[in-house]
Design a protein around this ligand. Structure first.
Ligand SMILES: [Zn+2]
Length: 416
């Protein structure tokens, strides 16, 4: 059996017991501490109290789902794996497209590498949009709870998932979509006992409910029960998140939105610059496609391209109340570890309580039945990194990242 597997310049030890890495979508640390304080999450409480390891880590920017899930499973930032949004402007094709296709992926995954070396690997994701990226070149089990009724042995490496889990296919806008991921994960660990399992939930609850609310605590109680069961089954468990989540509204409950395309149209002329929101995905009812990160593309030629004009525009955007940072492409790529060819001429980040939109008339906010909570900025970069074991001593001041999850689980966790 192989001893070490090298993936993207990092080396991972072969597991001596099953490893489960869980990406809890939108898990601001406060959700866990509040649920523990309320007595809703005793297993997580024991980990925080010293029975395991509790670290605060940084997720990658933009603090969105796809870039971070892909960072976790590749062990490297978007500058290496290429997935820098849920959605992007493809300069080769001149069109705005979803970043769901493996053709956008520039690095192999740890999951694929271990599966090709003979490990039994399983991936369960809530939303189907992530399935093809996470399962790229991986042999084994890979399915979503969203399409759990459509699994086939040929496509997903498993069949009869609904019968085995004992739940119907959940609504894509529900807590049950994530619960299905956990329950299915426990069933797999009981029967197939994968060597490596990756579970990825959806942030529907976190978009709707603040830490400590009964809705949030119920969700974390459900998660806690299932994690405790995986712990009983003697798996090493690493829990992290793709990003945090913060309130993005004023005291009146109305979202704080900067409609950046409208501003640029007014300053530069209609459609001269193009604003891209990488949060955009097919499931926008709960956040209206509003997050704290935007890209600005300037015309391919003409006066706007002059560095002085770009600098002036950057300053003008930075002066809008609620904007935190505006960076030119090269600077943004360096600071946020992003692929320069897949981001805009300018990268715009808003403050913790503010989101960025395109044009007012392009956002359907009718689905926002509670005040907006969202993510995307540096304000949502802090995420939990928990292990159900102690770990080998690390150098002081190590900057932990959520994409250290496999390093922690395979290389650093002590076998209990
Ligand atoms: Zn997410």
């Amino acid at each position: 059996m192989p001893v070490d597997i090298a993936v993207n310049g990092r080396s991972y030890r072969w597991m001596d017991r099953p490893l489960v890495v869980v990406c809890v979508d939108g898990c601001q640390f406060e959700y866990i501490t509040a649920a523990v304080a309320a007595g809703a999450a005793p297993f997580l409480g024991r980990l925080l109290a010293g029975a395991g390891t509790s670290i605060t880590a940084d997720c990658v920017m933009p603090s969105f789902t796809n870039p971070n899930n892909l960072s976790i499973v590749t062990g490297v930032p978007p500058s290496v794996h290429g997935i820098c949004g849920n959605y992007f402007f493809d300069p080769e094709r001149g069109e705005e497209v979803m970043m769901n296709d493996p053709r956008h992926l520039r690095a192999g995954t740890i999951l694929a590498a271990f599966s090709q070396a003979g490990a039994k690997v399983a991936v369960i994701t809530a939303k189907d949009k992530l399935r093809k990226l996470l399962g790229h070149r991986m042999k084994g089990i890979c399915f979503s709870s969203e399409k759990a009724d459509q699994v086939t042995l040929a496509e997903n490496g498993i069949e009869n998932v609904l019968d085995r889990v004992g739940m119907p296919v959940p609504s894509v806008y529900s807590a049950a979509l994530s619960e299905f991921v956990f329950v299915a994960g426990v069933k797999l660990m009981e029967r197939e006992r994968p060597d490596i399992m990756y579970l990825s939930t959806t942030d529907y609850i976190q978009h709707k409910a603040a830490p400590g609310t009964s809705v949030a605590n119920d969700f974390y109680a459900m998660m806690d029960r299932n994690l405790a069961r995986l712990d009983e089954l003697e798996a090493t468990i690493v829990v992290t998140a793709d990003h945090g989540m913060n309130a993005k509204h004023g005291a009146d409950g109305q979202p704080n939105v900067i409609y950046l395309q409208d501003k640029l149209d007014a300053w530069l002329g209609e459609s001269t610059a193009r604003v891209i929101l990488p949060i955009t995905d097919p499931y926008v009812v709960h956040h209206g496609a509003l997050g704290s990160f935007a890209l600005v593309y300037l015309p391919a030629s003409g006066a706007q391209r002059a560095p002085a004009a770009q600098g002036e525009l950057a300053e003008k955007i930075a002066a809008i109340p609620g904007i935190e940072t505006v960076l030119a492409r090269a600077e943004a790529a360096a600071r946020f570890e992003l692929p320069p060819d897949r981001i805009g001429d300018l990268v715009v980040v808003s403050r913790m309580d503010t989101v960025i939109g395109t044009s007012r008339d392009r956002h359907d906010l009718s689905g926002l039945d509670v005040p907006l909570r969202s993510h995307g900025g540096t304000s949502e970069q802090k995420v939990p990194l928990l292990v159900n074991r102690g770990i080998a001593k690390q150098p002081d001041g190590r900057r932990w990242r959520n994409f250290d999850a496999f390093d922690l689980g395979l290389n650093l966790a002590r076998s209990a």
